[in-house]
Design a protein around this ligand. Structure first.
Ligand SMILES: Cc1ncc(C[n+]2csc(CCOP(=O)(O)OP(=O)(O)O)c2C)c(N)n1
Ligand code: SF4
Ligand SMILES: [Mg+2]
Length: 305
């Protein structure tokens, strides 16, 4: 068996070429070819990261401690474009991978970039349990109301009547409101932003990452190809300046003012924020010294044989 020091970790032998890094090691982006469509809202989210890395460093989070976990979808390509420690996970499993990384090394700042199909569809229970546990990770959802990479099926946040590949006659379902679910589940930071408006998005993402506990930012990310909502969002979005983020009732009332795809005005900003024990903190503090895990596993295996 070869020694770990002999292993080739240069990437030269892997099938997927490692993207070169722009302008040296401290650059925010890589040279990986960007394959997002022109006008895609994902560019707005990627742009925020250009300054966010330095801002996090100024706030005590050096880039070597940041880990970005992505799902599978158009949103997930951000893992290739960011010059950070990144992990491409599975569709629907972004949150459990981020959870495992945080538990494995609580010193890391773990930020998950997920799609709306990814974490409000197949991975919904993971999102809810992360909220319930209040694990100290941040979840940035690129909510474009469509399964974009698979070319346009409806997702849990597509409005009733949405016409796509799987619903040519229009979706017959009401959309869910993921922010209501997150507050009900126990999330301690719940916000909504928009892929347009870099300053607002930057501030919300920064606040979410620096928050101690589970934070969800639902980013209204326009899919220019399969669900182009620029005019709809531009007309309806506004920044909240009169809400009380410490009040759960206030948060739920404000969140409920708009149904995805509905006629109401769309509030942007932080709806809810509170302090609570984090799962990773409690997990670390549990005294396991009196429990011989290996012996218990041996016993279990012996009983099965
Ligand atoms: C376990 C699993 N289920 C389904 C798929 C197929 N799949 C890949 S990407 C995708 C759609 C992604 O949609 P979303 O999460 O909303 O991301 P977007 O492409 O819109 O950014 C689906 C259904 C898969 N790759 N793996
Ligand atoms: S299909 Fe939509 S989400 Fe995917 S890259 Fe194109 S515009 Fe962006
Ligand atoms: Mg999507």
């Amino acid at each position: 068996m070869s020694d770990i020091a002999d292993l080739d970790i240069s990437g030269a032998g892997s099938r997927r070429p490692q993207p070169a890094v722009m302008e040296g090691a401290a650059a925010p982006l890589t040279y990986a070819e960007n394959t997002w469509c022109p006008g895609c809202g994902n560019f707005g989210i990627l742009n925020v990261w250009k300054t966010l890395i330095d801002e996090l460093a100024d706030n005590g989070v050096p880039r070597e401690r940041i880990v970005v976990v992505a799902g599978i979808g158009c949103h997930a390509k951000i893992a290739d474009y960011l010059n950070l420690n990144t992990f491409y996970s599975l569709h629907g499993r972004t949150v459990p991978v981020a959870t495992g990384i945080k538990l494995g090394n609580p010193e890391l700042t773990v930020i998950a970039h997920a799609g709306d199909g990814d974490c409000y569809g197949e991975g919904l229970e993971h999102m809810l349990f992360a909220a319930k546990r209040n694990i100290d990770i941040s979840l940035m959802v690129h909510d474009n109301g469509v399964y974009a990479l698979t070319t346009g099926q409806y997702t849990p946040t597509s409005p009733r009547g949405f016409r796509g590949k799987s619903t040519p006659g229009g979706s017959a379902e009401q959309p869910i409101n993921p922010l209501e679910l997150a507050v009900a589940g126990g999330a301690t930071f719940v916000a909504r932003s928009y892929s347009r408006g870099a300053e607002r998005l930057r501030q919300t993402m920064l606040d979410a990452v620096l928050h101690r506990g589970f934070s969800l930012v639902d980013i209204l990310q326009v899919c220019a190809t399969f669900n182009n909502l620029y005019s709809y969002y531009n007309e309806r979005t506004f920044d909240m300046d009169d809400n009380d983020p410490s009040s759960r009732t206030d948060a739920l009332n404000r969140i409920g003012e708009w149904t995805y795809g509905g006629d109401g005005r769309i509030a942007l900003g932080t709806f809810y924020r509170s302090e609570a024990d984090t799962f990773d903190g409690v997990f670390r503090d549990i005294d396991r010294s009196s429990f011989d895990r290996e012996a218990a596993v041996r016993d279990l295996l012996a009983r099965r044989v």
